[in-house]
Design a protein around this ligand. Sequence first.
Ligand code: TMP
Length: 254
Amino acid sequence: MARRRQLYEGKAKILFEGPEPGTLVQYFKDDATAGNGAKKGTITGKGVLNNRISEYLMTRLAEIGIPTHFIRRLNMREQLIREVEIIPLEVVVRNVAAGSLATRLGITEGQRLPRSIIEYYYKNDQLNDPMVAEEHITCFGWAATQDLDDMVALTLRVNDFLCGLFLGVGITLVDFKLEFGRLWENEEMRIVLADEISPDNCRLWDTKTGEKMDKDRFRRDLGKVEEGYQEVARRLGILPEAGPRDMSGPEVMQ
Ligand code: TMP
């Protein structure tokens, strides 16, 4: 395959120039970080699994009318996506108290919230992605009120759908993070779901045992990290056929 120009390298993914204008190739790495890069490691096969899991979830969401940047999976570690202007916000949805919510407010982890909560974080590594309010977002122009309304409406639909989808395979969707982008088509702008949806940015607990099947296994040194990601893929019926021993995937081309 022809060598492609690398446009951006993040903590878990690399973006390459796509084959056509307006497209990009998103490459999923095995690298894992936590605490904004304070903890670094590798989760063997994670990139392959996240590529599959994100493809699956984005495809299911597109089927119910959620616009996404996803076009198609290209190979074990790469997917073709639409180039969007990323809105510099992380939109976190919480259904069950865990992580920073539990720590910050002293709430017992595992307590189901009376209703889902949406939080916003400003994407800025130097500032450690601080939590922000709608007022900050519109005041500093990161997103307009209409953009935010669209993002909230999409987020709530994504949450409803994914809660049901995961519950069907015995997994509780505790919380997750979404990112959105602006897609320009002719003179029209649409807000679309971007980035990825995978165990890197969701908390997924076994509904019966409470066992964690997500990146918290890495963040909290719980062991069996790869197995957690594999179990999510297995339950969704999308574990790569070759199995975990054959998931190193193609080399990154720069
Ligand atoms: P938190 O409890 O650490 O705030 O995380 C809430 C959810 O958001 C959890 O599912 C992990 C996800 N998340 C990310 O994907 N990226 C991040 O940078 C952070 C802080 C959280």
